[in-house]
Design a binder for this molecule. Structure first.
Ligand code: ADP
Ligand code: MG
Length: 387
């Protein structure tokens, strides 16, 4: 799937060439899990998988939407009136692009309509942010066409607002920022408190390394409620410790903080994960800056142990990926994303990719788990115009 194919389908559906074609990627989070709602650090990088959108402006207050990936790509176009867009009224996929248009207009930007056709190679529901790719590609297209002049971080904020308020899904700022701001060969070190960001060199291929993404293809049903519980637990920890957010507990003050929490066993575990995870992000930033990419492996693995034992959001499928990979020579491995399913990442020497892939597939078969999907993640470009 490429720009030309998406533009051609647009012309078939809407009877004219699009004004332009844009792309926005999915992402994988290298390290920094469940830190975003604690004002902490995250470090995603963009996948080569992306949403591509062909877009033209309209002047009549109408938004027309079509996805090649819905209903077998049939000719069913959804038509919406901009003045009728309202939060949490749409339970379909169209809520993501419509939410972006709503958020732009609500922020005072004069968007008067659009025809949009899109197609995406980002796996959906695998924790790889297919939703952010969709939002960001639409936001960037409208920013360019309507000459809104919004900076990337600002587009990401509006996309987050679309997802939080219009779609009604509570997510942090990481996914949209990654899709909007990542650069090839780099991971994005993002401070979710002030949104300051730094591009950190992460060129795996140059060092003979690979990063495998293993999509377990499972999503355990209770994930939504568990997210809310973890978030509430973190807020309780911050309140008990008298700080705005757990970000404010310094790593070298962790033991003292935990001692103050006394017998709040659950809060102790949550606080320990968040504070140590922020420190792991900073450690990985330092290692990558020093060119010591192989040394991040054990830090990734320690992050998995923390999510499994302290935050308690892993599951048998994710643990099986990590344990199998480590037992067969991987440099490091961890679950990534919200937990209870989704994907894991495995850092490995390039020479070991085939063996690891086969071993992980065999371990899943032996455990009678659904077959996982594996692919190599090359740190890729953030959102951009294709033509
Ligand atoms: P994730 O972002 O981890 O993939 P989400 O549940 O946040 O999972 O977003 C997935 C949803 O995004 C899908 O259910 C669908 O509504 C929408 N979506 C993603 N990709 C596409 C696409 N190519 N076409 C239409 N809708 C899509
Ligand atoms: Mg999403």
């Amino acid at each position: 799937m490429g720009a030309q194919q998406v533009a051609e389908r647009f012309a078939e559906l809407y009877g004219a060439e699009p004004e332009g074609v844009w792309a926005a990627p999915g992402r994988v989070n290298l390290i920094g899990e469940h830190t975003d709602y604690n004002d902490g650090f995250v470090m995603p990088f963009a996948l080569p998988h992306q949403a591509i959108a062909a877009v033209s402006r309209r002047t009549d207050g109408i938004l027309r939407l079509h996805s090649a990936d819905i209903d077998g790509g049939g000719a069913q176009v959804t038509e919406l009136r901009l003045d009728a867009l309202a939060p949490e009224t749409d339970r379909e996929w169209t809520a993501y692009p419509a939410g972006v248009v709503w958020a732009l207009r609500e922020a005072g930007h004069a968007v008067t309509g659009a025809d949009i056709h899109l197609a995406s190679t980002v796996p959906t529901g695998a924790g790889l942010s297919s939703s952010a790719a969709l939002e960001v590609v639409v936001a960037l297209a409208l920013n360019d066409l309507y000459e809104l002049g919004l900076q990337r971080w600002r587009l990401a904020r509006l996309c987050q607002r679309a997802e939080n308020v219009y779609v009604g899904a509570p997510t942090g700022i990481m996914d949209q920022t990654a899709s909007a701001c990542c650069e090839p060969g780099h991971a994005l070190f993002l401070d979710t408190r002030d949104l300051s960001q730094q591009q950190i060199p992460f060129d795996l291929a140059a060092e003979g390394l690979r990063l495998l993404v293993v999509d377990t293809q499972v999503k355990h049903a209770h994930s939504g409620g568990e997210y809310g519980k973890r978030r509430a637990g973190c807020e309780k920890g911050a309140a008990l410790l008298g700080v705005d957010a757990l970000r404010d507990i310094p790593y070298d003050g962790l033991d003292a903080a935990l001692a103050r929490l006394g017998d709040e066993e659950e809060v102790v575990r949550l606080v320990r994960h968040v504070v140590t995870e922020d420190e792991r992000v900073e450690r990985i930033v330092a290692l990558l800056r020093a060119g010591d990419t192989r040394a991040i492996g054990p830090v990734l693995t320690a992050g998995h142990a923390s999510l499994r034992d302290d935050f308690r959001i892993s599951c048998p499928e994710l643990d099986l990926v990590v344990d199998t990979a480590l037992a067969h020579g991987a440099l490091g491995a961890r679950m990534t994303g919200g937990g209870f399913g989704g994907s894991a990442i495995v850092l490995t020497e390039a020479t070991e990719v085939d063996t690891l892939t086969k071993t992980i597939e065999e371990a899943f078969a032996a455990a009678a788990f659904k077959a996982p999907r594996l692919f190599e993640a090359v740190p890729s470009a953030g959102a951009h115009r294709l033509n």
